[in-house]
Design a protein around this ligand. Sequence first.
Ligand SMILES: Cc1ncc(COP(=O)(O)O)c(C=O)c1O
Length: 407
Amino acid sequence: MSGLALPMMPEVDVLPPPLERPDQSAILGTYARVPLTMVGGQGSELIADTGRRYLDFTSGIAVNALGYGDPGLQAALRDAAMGLVHVSNLFRTEPAESLAEWLVAHSFASRVFFCNSGAEANEGAFKFARRWARVAGGPAKHEIVALRGSFHGRLFASLAATDRPRYRAPFRPLAGGVTIVERDVDQLAATLTAENTAALILEPVQGEGGVRVCDVGFLRELRILTRERGIALILDEVQCGLGRTGWLFAYERAGIEPDLLTLAKPLAGGLPMGAVLLTAEIAAAIEPGDHGTTFGGGPLVSTVARYVVERLADPALLDAVREHGVWMHQELARLAADSPHVRGVRGVGLIWGIDVAMRAALVVDAVRDLGLLILTAGDHTIRLLPPLTITRADLARGLETLRTVLT
Ligand SMILES: Cc1ncc(COP(=O)(O)O)c(C=O)c1O
């Protein structure tokens, strides 16, 4: 995706227009919810209170990788509930240590920090990168660079690294020292400096930004550039990590290794959990008191996550995701050829984006009426994130519904 520039959006202190569907419940209206109440799920289907079943190509926005009602996950939840739920981080607990050891054994990392969400994982990664950079290059080496089209979360530093003017404008000033640069090696080479840049953060597959899969060559060039200049490379695999691309970690596809990696969404099977994975060098710069969070790595979530990561690392599951990806590519290319409304398709494994001529939200509404749940990724892109355990028959059923609406 290097060289694919999006139009620059002017950033202004003007509130965006209100969303179309303000939430009328007692829950704060930060979400544009559809008028559907979900009460159950089975396999790749969600069940509404009306009894209607919806084929779910959203997976709780990439969280429910094992689908619904997975017997193994249910057993892990039951087992976890019989043990300690929470112990403060003043003490050691076996489930957190065992999960961290598993993540270290299966990745580039030598240490893990646990937290509770994707945004929190990125905030932690920024702090760890800055802490390391300050040791390596002094206080001037603090800049964080993110890419055009990025989404890293909605807290202050993660929002500053998120390229969504609509999300940013009402909350300025955002955290300082964070710059957004085009997804272009030359522009990045001109921006990243050994003296001032602490970290470059990017998603190997931009999710919210339109399902833009980074070219393997682009990732490799950025790895070389950051290494040459002593800049930490943070990969945000909150959405594309843990099997979604058909590799346990999306970076494996490019044959590179980051300095920091952030995970969340599917990590604990729907329980809130995030993680930052770090190299030994960065971990060595961190001291007690540098960071912390009350709930991070609690025994209940860690026990469940240990079960989930083993399932997601299963070679048979990863093979199936890669094969589904090849098949999806063929089928979506056929759909694009047959439909005047489809402008392009992009993706890998079980994360796909389809550019459409009309507003993406209209397609989401139309397929929902036919029993299929999908997402948007920007105004004119629909996004498909089915459970990683989905069957080919269910994938085909969902694509048939899309075809009905788009042709
Ligand atoms: C790539 C990426 N990073 C970070 C986040 C933020 O995660 P959370 O909503 O858990 O804070 C998301 C959420 O969609 C994401 O897709």
